[in-house]
Design a binder for this molecule. Sequence first.
Ligand SMILES: Nc1ncnc2c1ncn2[C@@H]1O[C@H](COP(=O)(O)OP(=O)(O)OP(=O)(O)O)[C@@H](O)[C@H]1O
Ligand SMILES: [Mg+2]
Length: 245
Amino acid sequence: MSKPAIQITDVSFSFRVSDSGINSLREWLMRGSRGLFPAKPVLKHIDLQIEKGSCFAILGRNGSGKSTLLRVISGIITPDNGKVEVQGRIAPVLSLGAGLEPELTGYDNIRLLCTLMGFRPKEIRFFMPQIAQFSELSESDLRMQVKRYSTGMMARLTFSIAVASQPDILIIDEVLAVGDAGFQEKCYRRIREINQQGATIIFVSHSIHDVLMLCNQACVMNDGRITFFGDVKDSCDIYTRQFQT
Ligand SMILES: Nc1ncnc2c1ncn2[C@@H]1O[C@H](COP(=O)(O)OP(=O)(O)OP(=O)(O)O)[C@@H](O)[C@H]1O
Ligand SMILES: [Mg+2]
């Protein structure tokens, strides 16, 4: 049997003050009176296996650790302990605008991100029209600095770059929610196509409707732990039950 796309073993991670930064004089002075800020445990002994070709949802209330886990899987954050094994190339579509350079134009951001993903200039020239076409951003939009983009335009650009790069693992953290209805529908079709071609999808969304429509397996996170793993319908039931009193 082939190895899973993602194998996470006993992963823990805490944010420290240096990760969040000291933003005010008051915080700086407080630091003196209390000594070092305590580390904040955000992922606690996570074990998770995601099979190749699955479309996997991660559910959980705000602050439960979903985005942090995705950043660990993407290699952006190194866990304090535990092991993350990934088979294949990941294209992460994380928080809005993440990875985009605000001062550069849309076109230059495409070139930059494709270069960082390891594509050669010839391949980038091949992908460029596909990315532009999928994003439905106009020529003048793509020549504009990304700092002038609306949130939906940023989502269009990052998602279009990620899917054009033909990843083995596509990670999507909520960003599609800001796209308009037409673009969302198109993205879901594209995600299904990529999944049918064998790629693994990891999808974070608070929309139960979208999770049920798209995913075939899921887990629920609670306060930095995985409290349920398995069937997508059961996961959605457990997630929504948390909010019923
Ligand atoms: N840069 C940071 N510095 C310190 N703490 C952080 C940082 N980023 C996230 N956290 C903390 O980590 C915890 C988990 O955050 P995370 O963003 O992973 O949650 P989430 O499940 O993605 O939530 P949401 O549904 O709101 O997106 C939260 O308590 C949050 O305050
Ligand atoms: Mg999040």
